[in-house]
Design a protein around this ligand. Structure first.
Ligand code: ATP
Length: 184
């Protein structure tokens, strides 16, 4: 049994490394050590969400930049291949209404994506969250949020170098920055 697990582990690791080598990444890379330091060793107190890939942690780099670190869970419904696709697709995309990808980290069995931190978390939490995350949004602000989302989607669908159809769009997938600047 142990030998089979060992074989699968190394097969997965090899395939992931092979997939990543083929990608022309237009993003930086971070070390696991940097991200451990930034997130206080992935302290559960700093966990800000859970998505299809796994947990998301708030962190602070040594230069003071706030970041959101997505950690691929070994039990992730989405697999290594989707993770690699996400890096490949979004690493080259830039738009004011897309969350910036600062870099990624592939070390040992850890797969991590590092994004700009969005102060007000997800739109879902702003609209339907608990007392601490709920935001009182007036109609002009809601309108501004909708326009931001529409601009981001229009960019992905029609303006970016590679056309991307966002198939999983929910209030959870849009993030709200300070002053209600919305990004997807
Ligand atoms: N950049 C960020 N800044 C602040 N909070 C974030 C950020 N990214 C994710 N989060 C929080 O983590 C949660 C999960 O995000 P995540 O992007 O992993 O999942 P998702 O939005 O469902 O998309 P997917 O799983 O398809 O990548 C979000 O709902 C939000 O609460």
């Amino acid at each position: 049994m142990g030998v089979i697990c060992w074989k699968f582990y190394f097969r997965d690791k090899f395939m992931r490394e092979r997939d990543l080598k083929g990608l022309d990444l237009k993003t930086g890379s971070c070390t696991l050590r940097q991200l451990r330091a930034a997130t206080n060793n992935f302290d559960s107190a700093g966990k800000i969400g859970e998505g299809g890939f796994g947990s998301v942690y708030k962190g602070k780099l040594s230069d003071g930049t706030l970041i959101a670190v997505k950690q691929l869970s070994p039990k992730s419904r989405q697999g290594n291949r989707e993770f690699v696709n996400e890096i490949g697709m979004i690493s080259g995309l830039q738009h004011p209404n897309l969350v910036k990808l600062y870099g990624c980290c592939i070390e040992g069995d850890q797969l991590l994506l590092v994004y700009e931190y969005m102060e007000n978390n997800s739109l879902a939490k702003a609209l339907f969250g608990s007392e601490t995350s709920f935001l009182m949004l007036d109609w002009p602000t809601r309108y501004k949020i909708c326009v931001g989302i529409a601009r981001g989607l229009a960019f992905l669908h029609e303006e970016s170098a590679i056309r991307i159809v966002h198939c999983r769009f929910f209030t959870e997938t849009s993030k709200v920055q300070m002053y209600y600047w919305t990004k997807i």
